[in-house]
Design a protein. Structure first.
Length: 276
């Protein structure tokens, strides 16, 4: 048996949104212990420059490695889009992002090979999803749209309001006009908008939840590298760390995660040295 199997899986995000990824990982791997870092003091990353995103991502990863994790999952689409190659080069633990699993899932679902991507401005600017799709199928067409208003709407809990529908319609109409049949929800927060997106996109557009695809991909990889914890009988625990106050985190946990966690700890990343 691999000695590392008992160690927790580390997961990080710019804030609380990554709990949608934790939710999916906990659902498919209920016996794994999970350590979550939400960089709530510096969220959002989606409006920041690539250099800043890479620097924050290195510090977040370094922190998780100090917690002795067996693998790191980058729940944040913005970080996955900009920083994954740097993290893979710099750190020796296995690192998983959300872009490749989302791209693969989209290619499996599409029939007309016209795929829409929605995400933060930084994710869309990176063209990471387009590259991941087109290197696997160069006959696909990819149409991407930044949707910067959606993260604050979700954090306010405005997932069913009329204004949300209006904004979604404005963001999605140009993609619908391109006759996409598959839409990648390329941001941690968008799974909470699935119902509203479904109502606007209609029943014939397949919605790819990058959190779900990532959890599936992670399971397969941990299995093939013998890193899955197969011996534990108890349920895994989720230990959250945040860089800002824990109260707001606890408020939002219920909606994003829907499962109990250990009490969150506030941590300071300024002592974590991890230059890019
Ligand atoms: N977690 C980010 C993402 O998935 C959304 C929030 C942010 O902008 O930091 O891209």
């Amino acid at each position: 048996m691999n000695a590392n199997t008992e160690l927790p899986i580390g997961i990080f995000d710019s804030g609380i949104g990554g709990l949608t990824v934790v939710r999916q990982i906990h659902r498919v791997l209920p016996r794994e212990d999970l350590v979550y870092l939400g960089d709530t003091a510096r969220v959002p990353y989606g409006t920041k420059s690539p250099g800043t995103v890479v620097r924050f991502a290195c510090e977040d990863t370094q922190f998780l490695i100090q917690q002795n994790v067996k693998a790191v999952v980058v729940a944040c689409n913005t970080v996955s889009a900009w920083a994954l190659p740097t993290l893979e080069r710099k750190f020796s633990v296995p690192i998983f992002g959300v872009i490749v699993p989302g791209a693969q899932a989209a290619l499996k679902r599409t029939r007309n090979r016209r795929i829409g991507i929605i995400g933060t401005a930084a994710t869309v600017r990176s063209q990471a999803y387009s590259r991941a799709i087109l290197t696997r199928d160069d006959t696909a067409r990819v149409f991407a749209r930044a949707c910067p208003l959606l993260v604050p709407l979700v954090e306010e809990g405005w997932t069913n309001q009329k204004v949300t529908e209006t904004i979604l319609r404005a963001y999605l109409s140009p993609l619908m006009r391109r006759r996409i049949d598959t839409l990648v929800l390329g941001c941690t927060h968008y799974p909470l908008l699935k119902k509203a997106i479904r109502a606007v996109a209609g029943p014939h557009v397949a919605l790819v939840d990058s959190a779900e695809s990532c959890a599936q991909f992670l399971t397969e990889r941990l299995q093939s590298t013998r890193l899955l914890n197969k011996t534990r009988r108890r349920a895994g625990v989720i230990q959250p760390f945040v860089t800002d106050e824990v109260e707001r985190f606890h408020e939002l946990t219920r909606r994003f995660l829907g499962a109990a966690t250990e009490p969150a700890w506030k941590v300071d990343l300024s002592g974590v040295s991890a230059s890019a």
